[in-house]
Design a protein around this ligand. Structure first.
Ligand code: SAM
Ligand code: ZN
Length: 316
């Protein structure tokens, strides 16, 4: 943890500023120590360079597992491609240049692939995640001076109000017990005039909806399987990809046994596991998400053609 992150942190319970003690530093960062709240006396640990505001990864063990195994699968610097950058622009609906000199928050950063995209532009980029994915993200991006990680729950944020110029969250809020309630935790930590953009799974009508009903059914079983077994089963996506190329049989297989159709094998396994493993996985409509933005009092609300991606701005 870098010393200057402390200025953005607060006690998640009483919102007081935190102090630091018994800290041990390495490579100009705080490697371990205790964050102390002088008001309610709560203590939070810094372990392995990351402040931890949760003692377990609660209901997101599947993500701790996933991002440990697939730490680099989707990282542009590791693949030599720009797929994460392109995905960021599509799902967030802004050019990365617009984040220049901004204090940016990635809610549910996973192994940090979008933070890597934003890092060259942002003044500071802070990633929070409930799972131990923060350790993979830290491993991936620790060489950058303007990146910071926090292990925390979006429902109990250790971040001061009116702090961020830009908040984004890609593929995260629908994995919580209540997507709307999770979203509603974010506007207060945005500065006035700041922007927020989210992308959540869609439940629009048509083919996707039918496919979703099949996966909803399979998920009743798959979410209870041991993670390692499910990960091995996710390798079925490798041959299915080729079978699905056989005209009508393939189309039927794609509908009733949905697996990732990503051209890269490793990515196909990851995406399939990512779909069938999380405890919570909700889908939403564009109108529903737009209404959350309105209820939060945001303005300049825009939904992109990429369902469901919505952005808005906090009033001045
Ligand atoms: C599908 S992953 C997406 C990661 C990253 N945004 C990406 O697209 O690569 C969802 C992430 O949300 C995190 N998450 C789920 N519930 C959360 C919560 N209540 N607070 C913070 N993070 C949460 C998970 O731990 C997981 O890393
Ligand atoms: Zn406190």
């Amino acid at each position: 943890m870098k010393n200057r992150l402390l200025k953005l942190l607060c006690c998640p319970k009483c919102k007081a500023d935190l102090g630091i003690r018994k800290s041990k530093s390495a490579k100009s960062e705080i490697e371990s120590g205790i964050l102390h709240c002088p008001v309610c006396q709560r203590e939070y640990q810094i372990i392995n360079f990351i402040p931890r505001f949760v003692s377990t990864d609660k209901y997101v063990e599947s993500f701790s597992f996933e991002w440990k195994i697939h730490k680099k699968t989707q990282l542009d610097s590791a693949t030599g491609k720009t797929e994460s950058k392109v995905t960021f622009i599509q799902k967030i609906g802004t050019k990365v240049e617009n984040l220049r000199n901004k204090i940016v928050l990635d809610v549910g950063c996973g192994m940090g692939r979008f933070m890597e995209v934003v890092q060259p532009y942002a003044k500071e980029v802070i990633g929070i995640d409930l799972s131990f994915a923060v350790d993979s993200a830290h491993e991936n991006l620790k060489k950058f001076d303007n990146v910071h990680f926090i292990q925390a729950d979006v429902f109990n944020l250790p971040l001061k109000n009116n702090t961020f110029d830009y908040i984004y969250s890609i593929g995260v809020l629908h994995h919580t017990p209540d997507t709307k309630r999770a979203f509603m935790k974010l506007p207060c930590i945005l500065k006035s005039g700041g922007e927020i953009a989210i992308w959540v799974y869609s439940d629009e009508t048509g083919y996707t909806r039918i496919r979703n009903r099949f996966t909803d059914f399979y998920r009743i079983f798959t979410t209870h399987l041991p993670k390692k077994l499910l990960w091995y089963l996710s390798h079925l996506a490798i041959p299915f990809y080729y079978c699905k190329k056989i005209s009508k049989v393939g189309a039927f297989l794609d509908l009733v046994f949905p697996t990732s159709n990503h051209p890269v094998i490793e990515w196909r396994v990851l995406d399939t596991f990512d779909w069938y493993s999380p405890k919570y996985q909700r889908k939403h409509t564009r109108d529903e998400v737009i209404n959350w933005f309105k209820e939060a009092g945001l303005k300049d609300i825009e939904a992109s053609d990429f369902p469901v991606a919505v952005k808005g701005r906090k009033r001045k």
